[in-house]
Design a protein around this ligand. Sequence first.
Ligand SMILES: Nc1nc2c(c(=O)[nH]1)N[C@H]1C(S)=C(S)[C@@H](COP(=O)(O)O)O[C@H]1N2
Ligand SMILES: [Mo]
Length: 323
Amino acid sequence: MNIIHRRGWEIPDRFITPEHLAFSRRSLLAGAASTLALAPGAASAQRVTDVAKLPDPSADLYPAKRNEKYTLDRPITDEKVNGNYNNFYEFGTAKTIAAAAQVLAIRPWTLKIDGMVEKPMEVGIDDLIRKLTLEERTYRHRCVEAWGMAIAWTGFPFAKLVELARPLGSAQYVRMETFMDPKMAPGQRQPWYPWPYVEGVTMGEATNELAFLVTGAYGHPLARQHGAPLRLALPWKYGFKSIKSIVRFSFTDKRPKGMWEALQPSEYGFWANVNPQVPHPRWSQASEEIIGTGERKPTLLFNGYSEYVADLYKGLDSERLWA
Ligand SMILES: Nc1nc2c(c(=O)[nH]1)N[C@H]1C(S)=C(S)[C@@H](COP(=O)(O)O)O[C@H]1N2
Ligand SMILES: [Mo]
């Protein structure tokens, strides 16, 4: 079984890594191989030094100009704190995966854009980044596990990628996929997760001005543990929607099923909008722990972004919008 790290706040110990614990039974059935698979060996340590010392070819684009429109009601989380408290199951189920994630090979990195588009294409991450103008935005981030942070992301609007992709009128959703490389990512050797990590949004959500494709944070290229070289930030939704290390965008008329939804649909759904009044089946969402300060703050509807996104959900009352 995986080790549960104690956190000093009010969620009982047994709920500390709830996204994981939803499947503890499955993991138990699969046996003790899980812990062994995650132990870093000498070979992987060698790869860490090889991969992590390569210069980032996009480094000259940072820091990007801050877009002052998106303001925060709290200080930006310290970079060291943020960079050492991550959720990236490809590299382990604990929050301390930063060291393990340094084996992630972020170049070359090719994005596939396919499905209901005028012409499917493949584009290298550096070609893409240099076609667009990067900007910095400060956003709140709220995990479904009832904790929050604030981050200075660098990236570009998702709408710009949609424009480039030229979707057909029939496209209703964008399905996104994370890399698949079990040799590199020990978590992907745990067969009870339906890898690769998948997430999806509606076209309306993808083109909402808040939907942000992230290439950097804290004024430099994105650290591997945050999902380099390209991840999503959807600040009004629970964090599991913000898929990391994306390799594929597929335009489709079928609602995509995310990895968490595939595993536990009663707890993790398609919409996953933040709402203090709708508890997770196993804990309250009324307040959140601010990572780094230990403070507790009341959860905000849509994580405080109602003015930007509430209209997206008008007339969808029959949908399970909040989980
Ligand atoms: N590919 C992938 N993307 C992912 C995850 C993951 O395990 N794998 N975890 C999600 C969850 S639950 C959260 S809270 C955020 C965490 O992002 P951070 O570590 O940069 O704070 O990433 C999301 N994206
Ligand atoms: Mo999360």
